[in-house]
Ligand binder design. Structure first.
Ligand SMILES: NC(=O)c1ccc[n+]([C@@H]2O[C@H](COP(=O)([O-])OP(=O)(O)OC[C@H]3O[C@@H](n4cnc5c(N)ncnc54)[C@H](OP(=O)(O)O)[C@@H]3O)[C@@H](O)[C@H]2O)c1
Length: 316
């Protein structure tokens, strides 16, 4: 049994991108963090990389689950989507009765069921979460943070909300199914379109350096997003595409729409093109920020171009 108010957390996968982020996050807020890795070598590297925590917080580094898990009130799984089954099986039996095991996976799939199974078998508490930002985020302020109540009585969700609310994220509560459907649209589709964009240019044999000298604002921003997607860790991005059933189920519709648009273009169907264009514009125009689209678009491009011209990233 662990003390519910204890501020002791284990991060499983602390050497990874998000694991490192959450290790620093909790330590800077006065928690004692057990940074767990399977590798001594990676822990040595992590020790050198992390900044000293703010006063009150502390970090210990361990390759021994038996050392840290039984003492932790919270255990954060920050491992690849495909590694959750193994990680839950290794961690859950060692946890104290009132401790909470939670994930931050970008696709839920079977993870909620695995966590619920661990709750049933080991009498622990469980929660599923998804911070909608990457390891480059300075803070979670104003970033979306999705919470999925796996126990149905809100108690663990409310305890977690109390931990993160001081940092003012935008908290959204959802079911696991809704999460995966929405993530198929907010991560699966944009990642695929940006990979497609790069693949099309490359497969068409376009000289990218020469192409950039012909760019307008739309190409500049589209190229920027595509570059950003393709500089991420390939395996983690593969899991976002390949592990989300809701995304895979959308692919036939994706193919149908591409064929429909290609037909419109091939047949010089001006009416068809304009009808599609206006219908999609009307669909987008419902969100209030649609009013400022031109301003935000040009500001983003200007900022990016200024950074290139200055030849260096601004000091943060
Ligand atoms: N990257 C993002 O932008 C982002 C954003 C939101 C959520 N997420 C989610 O956060 C989680 C972690 O993503 P990440 O980008 O931080 O991944 P990552 O950089 O690849 O790190 C994952 C860590 O998990 C550990 N690990 C790998 N396989 C394992 C296994 N079988 N058992 C136990 N530990 C294992 C590794 O640590 P050791 O080898 O040291 O043990 C590794 O450093 C994923 O579920 C992802 O969907 C990622």
């Amino acid at each position: 049994m662990v003390d519910k108010s204890s501020r002791e957390v284990t991060i499983v996968g602390a050497t990874g991108q998000m694991g490192r982020w959450f290790t620093q996050y909790f330590a800077n807020r006065g928690w004692h963090v057990h940074a767990y890795s399977r590798s001594e070598e990676k822990l040595c590297w992590l020790k050198r990389e992390l900044a000293a925590p703010e006063p009150g917080g502390s970090i210990s580094f361990t390759t021994g689950l038996h050392e840290c898990i039984p003492r932790s009130a919270w255990v954060l799984l920050s491992v690849p989507i495909t590694a959750h089954e193994e990680a839950i099986a290794g961690v859950a039996p060692l946890m104290g009765k009132d401790a909470v095991l939670f994930d931050i996976a970008s696709v839920k799939g079977r993870i909620p069921a695995l966590l619920a199974g661990a709750r049933k078998e080991h009498g622990i508490h469980v929660l599923s979460t998804h911070p909608m930002y990457g390891p480059g985020a300075e803070s979670m302020t104003n970033k979306n943070f999705i919470l999925i109540d796996l126990e149905g009585d809100r108690s663990v969700v409310d305890r977690f909300r109390a931990i993160i609310e001081p940092d003012r994220p935008t908290i959204i509560e959802a079911t696991a199914d809704e999460h995966d459907r929405m993530i198929a649209l907010t991560l699966g589709i944009p990642h695929m379109l940006n990979i497609l964009f790069g693949k099309l240019l490359r497969d068409l044999g376009a000289d990218i350096t020469r192409l950039v000298s012909f760019e307008g604002t739309t190409f500049h921003l589209q190229h920027l997003i595509s570059q950003e997607v393709l500089t991420q860790e390939p395996f983690i991005y593969a899991t976002i595409e390949l592990e989300n059933r809701a995304f895979i189920d959308m692919l036939p519709e994706f193919k149908r729409i591409v064929d429909e648009l290609v037909d419109i273009l091939k047949h010089k169907d001006y009416d068809g093109f304009i009808k599609q264009f206006v219908t999609i514009k009307e669909y987008f125009s419902i969100v209030p920020e649609f009013k400022s689209v031109g301003y935000r678009f040009n500001s983003a491009a200007k900022r990016s171009l200024d950074i290139i011209k200055e030849g260096k990233e601004p000091a943060t």
